[in-house]
Design a protein around this ligand. Structure first.
Ligand code: IMO
Ligand code: MG
Length: 431
C-alpha cells in the first residue's frame, strides 16, 4: 500500500521583524484544527489571545488551546523557561481547563536555566556597540547549549537524582568561568532545586508527542503551526548578527515540529501595512521623526514581551522574503495605515533600493560589512482612509484601501487572504 500524504498543515509565520499579528490569523485557523503546535523560540515571543472578551497575553503556549477539542503541543524546537510556562498554564486555567488532554510539552524541548538568562545579559554587554538588543530571556544561551549537546531537556527532569545532578554539573562547567568573572555563581543544589520545581509543576505535561502527531497526519486532521519571531530574525536567513537564535523561517518553523514538508498545505505570511522592529539591526524604511511617532502611537507599537517602544517605518516590499513559498498573506493594521495616511496626507511603500550605487530589489546581506543602509524608493499613495463600521468584505473597503492591497498582491504575487481592519480578532476580512 502506498502512503497517503494529505497536506493538512497550515503554518503561520512572521515575514519581517516580528510582531506582525500572527495571533490574529492563528485564532481563525486554529478553530477547526486538531493540533496547534509551537515549534521554535521561547518566551521572547509574545502574542495575545482573546477569549470571551478577555485579553490573554501568551509567550509559549499556542493560542489555539482555547478552542474545545484542540490539543496544543510545545515541540522539540522550543526553549522553555519552566516558570513562565507554569504561569501561563495557571493564567489559561482561569478560562479553560489545561490538562494533559489538551497540552503536551515535548520531552525533548530544552529548558532555559537561570544562568542562561544571566549569560544573555553578560553576552550583550560583551558585544559593546554591537549589541543585538535581545529580550534578555536567555534564549540565545539556551540554544547554544542545544548546539553543544549539553542542554537540559524536559526528559532530564525525570532522571534519577544522581544522574540529573551529574548532567547539571556538566552543563554548568561550560559556563562557570564567565559567570565567576562576573561575580555570579550557582551551586548544583540551586540548579537541582530549580529542576525539581519545574518537575513538580510540569511533569504531567511532559511526553514524547510523536504518536499524537502521527495519528493526526494519518487521519489528515488539520494541524496549525503557530510560528514565532519572523523571517528577518532567523538565525541563518535573517539580518545576522541582529537576529534571534532559532530558525523561524517557514522551513525552520516546520523543522521544530519534526514533520516533513509533504504535509504542508498553506504557509501564511503575516505582515503589517507598515513595518516595525524591536532591537537593533538594519531597517531601511525606518522613520525616526514625527512620521515614526505617528505610526507608533496609532499602531500602539510597544513590545508585548519587553514593553520597549518599537521602531516604526513604511512597509518595505524589498524586505518581503521572496523565496519562501508563501501561499497567503495576512495583512494587519489596514485601519491604522489608513489613519496614518489621513494624518500625513500620504502613505509610502518601498519597492526598490539604492544600495552601493546599485538599484536593487533584493534585500542586501552584507550591510554589517559595508556599514551602509540602503535608500528606499517608494510608491506613494495619496491620502488615507477610515474603515467604515460594519465593513465585512473586501468589496466594502474604501477604494484607496483596495488599491493599496492590490498593489501588495501584484508586487509579492501572493494573495492577501486575511485583512486586519481593527484591534479585535473579529475585525478581520477573510477572502
Ligand atoms: P514575536 O513572536 C519581535 C528580537 C529581539 C532582538 C532579537 C534577538 O512576538 O513576533 P532574542 O531575545 O530572541 O535573542 O533577541 O530578536 N525578537 C523579537 N522581536 N518579536 C518577537 O517575537 C521577537 N523575538 C525576538 O528584539 O532584536
Ligand atoms: Mg514580539
Amino acid at each position: 500500500m502506498v502512503k497517503n500524504f494529505k497536506p493538512c498543515i497550515t503554518e503561520i509565520v512572521g515575514s519581517y521583524w516580528g510582531d506582525e499579528g500572527k495571533g490574529r490569523v492563528a485564532s481563525f485557523e486554529a478553530r477547526n484544527a486538531r493540533l496547534v503546535l509551537r515549534t521554535t523560540g521561547g518566551n521572547n515571543a509574545g502574542h495575545t489571545v482573546y477569549y470571551q472578551g478577555n485579553k490573554i497575553p501568551l509567550h509559549l503556549v499556542p493560542g489555539g488551546i482555547i478552542y474545545e477539542g484542540v490539543m496544543a503541543i510545545i515541540c522539540n524546537g522550543v526553549v522553555i523557561d519552566p516558570k513562565v510556562l507554569f504561569e501561563e498554564i495557571q493564567l489559561l486555567s482561569q478560562y479553560v481547563p489545561i490538562t494533559p488532554e489538551n497540552l503536551i510539552v515535548s520531552d525533548c524541548a530544552h529548558l532555559i536555566m537561570p544562568y542562561h538568562i544571566v549569560l544573555d545579559s553578560i553576552q550583550e554587554d560583551k558585544r559593546g556597540f554591537r549589541k543585538i538588543g535581545t529580550t534578555h530571556r536567555g534564549i540565545g544561551p539556551c540554544y547554544e547549549d542545544q548546539a553543544r549537546r549539553i542542554g537540559i531537556r524536559m526528559q532530564d527532569l525525570l532522571r534519577n537524582e544522581e544522574s540529573l545532578r551529574e548532567k547539571l554539573a556538566l552543563n554548568l562547567s561550560f559556563h562557570e568561568e564567565l559567570l565567576w568573572a562576573n561575580g555570579i555563581s550557582y551551586t548544583i543544589e540551586d540548579l537541582y532545586q530549580f529542576c525539581m520545581k519545574a518537575k513538580e509543576t510540569l511533569q504531567a505535561f511532559i511526553r514524547n508527542p510523536e504518536d499524537i502527531i502521527l495519528n493526526a497526519l494519518e487521519a489528515g486532521d488539520k494541524i496549525v503551526i503557530e510560528g514565532a519571531q519572523a523571517d528577518h530574525l532567523d538565525v541563518l536567513w535573517g539580518d545576522t548578527p541582529n537576529t534571534t537564535s532559532s530558525q523561524c523561517n517557514p522551513s525552520g518553523t516546520l523543522s521544530g515540529s519534526g514533520i516533513g514538508p509533504v504535509y504542508v498545505d498553506k504557509v501564511i505570511a503575516t505582515m503589517k501595512a507598515y513595518c516595525s522592529r524591536v532591537g537593533n539591526g538594519p531597517f531601511p524604511t525606518e522613520l525616526v521623526g514625527k512620521e515614526g511617532d505617528i505610526i507608533r502611537n496609532l499602531g500602539h507599537e510597544y513590545g508585548t514581551t519587553t514593553g520597549r517602544p518599537r521602531r516604526c517605518g513604511w512597509l518595505d516590499l524589498v524586505a518581503f522574503p521572496k523565496t519562501r513559498g508563501y501561499t497567503d498573506i495576512c495583512l494587519n493594521h489596514l485601519d491604522t495605515i489608513g489613519l496614518i495616511g489621513q494624518q500625513l496626507g500620504y502613505i509610502k511603500v518601498a519597492t526598490h533600493y539604492d544600495y552601493q550605487g546599485m538599484n536593487t530589489t533584493i534585500f542586501p546581506t552584507d550591510m554589517e560589512i559595508t556599514g551602509c543602509i540602503p535608500t528606499p524608493h517608494y510608491e506613494v499613495f495619496e491620502g488615507g482612509w477610515e474603515i467604515p463600521t460594519n465593513c465585512h468584505t473586501f468589496a466594502e473597503l474604501p477604494e484607496r484601501a483596495k488599491k493599496f492591497i492590490t498593489f501588495i498582491e501584484e508586487f509579492t504575487k501572493v494573495p492577501v487572504s486575511y485583512i486586519g481592519i481593527g484591534p479585535n480578532n473579529e475585525d478581520t476580512i477573510i477572502r
